[in-house]
Structures are given as structure tokens and as C-alpha cells.
Design a protein around this ligand. Structure first.
Ligand code: PA5
Length: 444
């Protein structure tokens, strides 16, 4: 199992123990569905509720895409994209896209920005590809995704013909409402439903994440098994001291509410985890940042960013704490080479595993940061595989639900996300926004 080490979190055992009853109340409220946002608790027992039949249905769809596509574009934004990307990049070969000999389709992502050059370059790249598309949108009306999907649908139909396009375009959306549902039904696409009671950022263990992950060639049954085991390990009846999600939620709230730590930095020492950071940022940022409250979720890739953000973390304003995702064992072996001339003076490392050097960098960094007044938590993950990633995902989700309730916010809504859309539509003159258009133009 993954483990949480809070021994360097600069919180005393008494401070943590004092949180137990509040954490228990939060867990109970989640479990009994009495908390704010209780219509969005479908994620809570998702892993244990997924059936083998449903996984087979997803795997069958993935196989059709794998048989018919060399490239699959996942169109989605926020919760409708970050989880899949996080898992695919964490498990994939860093050079997959240059070295892939056709054993797996390349997975590309679109619909997560409005970059004209990005879309030009993507559609140009796809011109000689046998590509398929997964259109993922819970609301089915998100502009970024709808724009990309319009372009990709047309291109896929033109390049591959209507019949093949029907086979290789899949929709993952609401059961009834939204443009993505209407199009899927009208065109006869295979489609999967995002359950009503699962919000975007908690949806990676639904078809939103599972289908792209399966298409990329990874074992979604193991991912779900890992998540289900973590569901058990973080259940309400697990003693507080043994429940990693409860401990993490408690410590981050002590640091925020009692010790003035307003920013949490999620750090990894594996470049493949960059998009896990991004997924985590969305999960915590969108869940907790409201009512003028919330820990600001930041992230760094180490040791890379020690050469950019290291100075700030070590000696900047003392308003931060750090959580490190630490992978215990790498999947491959590379030794530090011996060099006759030893001009860099590094022969003392010759013959050591690169990971041993990385681990000492991790330990040294942690101690330096703690000495510099940065509380540190460490999430220890035995290996970077489907099973443990499933645990990591559920661990962070469960802790996020508890943590948001400790903060007294509704962790499951995101009212603030609408503000930019309203302005954008007003500026673009969307029909129905006439009043807003007039008001915003007066401000320019
Ligand atoms: O967490 C959320 O709910 C959001 O980030 C959504 O996932 C994001 O806005 C995309 O929405 P939709 O799936 O409706 O296109």
C-alpha cells in the first residue's frame, strides 16, 4: 500500500490528534450524504462499485479504437481531461511518441485551450493519420471542447469516411442533456455516461479516465483494484491514525488554519508525474478555493525546478508547505557511469543506480526545506504502475472531500468557473448575452 509520512510536517502528535473528531464528522457527513454538495458524492464508492462487465465493455470499445486508429485525440478540459493525461503520462514511456512502433495508438489531447496555432498544428499533424476522437464533456457545452470537436469530427469524416468515423468517434457525456449527447445520439456514436453525481474533477475513475487509459494500453482493472483497496484503507471505520486520507486532510488544515501556511506545493522527483501534479492542482484548487478561503495548490517537478523555484522554496516567504510524491522503486535500471578523466569529479558515484542519487537529492531537499521552515509530508508509492496509481488517485480524492469539509466549504461545486465564461460570451456577442455585452463594453 502507499503510505503517508507526516513525521516532518512540523505538527505535533497532539495537534494532529486534536483534529480527530472534526475529521470523523467530515467523513461521516460524506458517508451519510449530509454535507454540502451531497448530490456529487458518486465518486465515494465508485471503485468498489465498478463491475467486471462494465470494465469489459470499456475494454471492448478500447479495442475497437486500438484496432482502427494509430492516433486518438481526447477532446476535453479540466476534469474531463486531466486525470486521463496524468495516468497515461505517468505510466507511458517518456518517448512513446517518438519510438512507438504501432503497438499502441498515440494519445493526443485537444479541447483544453483556445490556441489557434495549437489547433492548426494538431489538425495539420493529423492529416495523414488514421485517427479517432473521444469527445468528453459532462455538460456537453464547454466551448474549448466543442470547438476542438467540431474541427476533429469534420476532419475525421473527411479523411476516414462517415462509416469509419462513426466507429472511431466516441462520446463520454451526460445521459440526456447537452450538445455532445445530442450529436452522439444523432450520429450513432458509441457513448458512455458520466454519472450525474460525479463532478468533473472526481471523474477519472469513470469512462472519462478509464477509456483513454485503456486505449493507451494500460490495465484499467488494476487501476480500479488499487483505488478499491484505497477505498477500504480510508473508510470511516479505519482508525484515524491509520487512515492516510484522514491524516493528510488533518495536517494540511492544521498548517493552513493554525500555522499560516497558505500554499501547498506538490513535488515529484519523476518527470512522468508532471500531469499528476496538474490533476491534483485542479482537484484541490477547484474543490477548496472558494468563499475567500483555500490552500493555494502549486506544484513543482524536481529536481528540475530546484534550479528555478528552489531558492523561493528555501528562503522565500514562509507561507508554504510541501507534499512529495516519492516513488520507491524505478521500473528500469541505469547506472552512473565511470569516466577515466573524472573532470566533473563525480566518479565517487560511478556504479550507483541513478535512482539512488535521485533519492539522496529527495532526502537532502526535504531536510533542507524542513530546516528552512517548510513543513513536509511524503506520500510513499512503491512503484509507478496501474495498481498504485489507482491508490494515489483515490487517496487524494478522499482526502480532498474531507479537507474541503474541514475548511467549511462545499468541495463539490465550482461557481467561480462561470465568471470568465460570462465575460467571454458577452465580449463575443453570444445571443442572449446582449445586456452583458453592453455592460462589459462600457468598461473597456
Ligand atoms: O471539475 C469540473 O467540474 C470542471 O473542471 C469540468 O471538468 C470542466 O469545466 C469541463 O466541463 P465539462 O466536462 O462539462 O466540459
Amino acid at each position: 500500500m502507499i503510505k503517508l509520512d507526516i513525521s516532518k510536517a512540523l505538527t505535533s502528535a497532539e495537534e494532529v490528534a486534536a483534529m480527530e473528531s472534526r475529521v470523523y464528522e467530515a467523513q461521516k457527513a460524506l458517508e451519510e450524504g449530509t454535507c454540502p454538495g451531497n448530490d456529487f458524492l458518486g465518486w465515494l464508492h465508485l471503485p468498489s462499485g465498478i463491475t467486471a462487465e462494465f470494465l469489459t465493455e470499456l475494454q471492448n470499445c478500447a479495442q475497437i479504437m486500438r484496432d482502427n486508429c494509430d492516433t486518438v485525440v481526447v477532446a476535453g478540459i479540466g476534469g474531463s481531461y486531466l486525470g486521463a493525461r496524468a495516468v497515461i503520462e505517468a505510466l507511458g514511456n517518456s518517448f512513446q511518441w517518438l519510438t512507438n512502433k504501432g503497438e499502441n495508438p498515440n494519445i493526443l489531447f485537444a479541447g483544453n485551450n483556445i490556441g489557434e496555432d495549437y489547433l492548426y498544428e494538431l489538425t495539420t499533424y493529423l492529416q495523414d493519420k488514421n485517427f479517432g476522437v473521444i469527445n468528453i464533456s459532462k455538460s456537453g457545452t464547454t466551448t474549448e471542447t466543442a470547438l476542438a470537436f467540431r474541427l476533429l469530427k469534420k476532419q475525421c469524416e473527411q479523411q476516414r469516411g462517415k462509416d469509419m468515423a462513426k466507429k472511431v468517434i466516441v462520446a463520454i457525456t451526460d445521459a440526456k442533456k447537452g450538445a455532445a449527447r445530442t450529436t452522439a445520439d444523432k450520429e450513432g456514436y458509441t457513448s458512455f455516461i458520466i454519472p450525474d453525481n460525479v463532478g468533473g474533477r472526481f471523474s477519472v475513475l469513470t469512462p472519462v479516465g478509464l477509456l483513454p487509459i485503456a486505449i493507451a494500453g494500460f490495465d484499467i482493472a488494476k487501476l480500479i483494484q488499487g483505488a478499491a483497496d484505497m477505498e477500504k484503507a480510508t473508510a470511516t471505520d479505519v482508525p484515524f491514525a491509520e487512515n492516510p486520507a484522514a491524516q493528510y486532510a488533518a495536517v494540511r488544515n492544521i498548517l493552513y488554519q493554525q500555522k499560516g501556511k497558505k500554499i501547498e506545493i506538490l513535488a515529484n522527483f519523476q518527470p512522468k508525474l508532471h500531469f499528476m501534479n496538474e490533476w491534483w492542482k485542479q482537484l484541490y484548487g477547484e474543490s477548496e478555493g472558494k468563499d475567500l478561503k483555500g490552500i493555494y495548490p502549486a506544484a513543482v517537478d524536481l529536481t528540475t525546478d530546484l534550479h528555478s523555484m528552489g531558492q523561493w522554496i528555501q528562503e522565500g516567504e514562509r507561507s508554504i508547505f510541501e507534499t512529495v510524491i516519492s516513488i520507491e522503486t524505478p521500473e528500469h535500471s541505469v547506472l552512473f557511469p565511470h569516466d577515466e578523466e573524472n573532470l566533473d569529479g563525480l566518479n565517487f558515484l560511478a556504479g550507483k543506480h541513478v535512482d539512488e542519487v535521485n533519492k539522496m537529492a529527495e532526502l537532502g531537499t526535504c531536510l533542507a526545506h524542513v530546516d528552512g521552515g517548510v513543513p513536509n509530508m511524503r506520500l510513499i508509492v512503491p512503484r509507478l504502475n496501474e495498481y498504485y496509481l489507482g491508490q494515489v488517485i483515490y487517496f487524494f480524492e478522499k482526502a480532498c472531500g474531507i479537507s474541503g469539509l474541514l475548511l467549511n466549504v462545499n468541495p463539490f461545486n465550482q461557481p467561480g468557473v462561470e465568471a470568465y465564461k460570462k465575460n467571454m460570451f458577452a465580449l463575443l456577442g453570444k445571443p442572449g448575452y446582449e445586456k452583458e455585452t453592453e455592460a462589459i463594453k462600457a468598461r473597456l
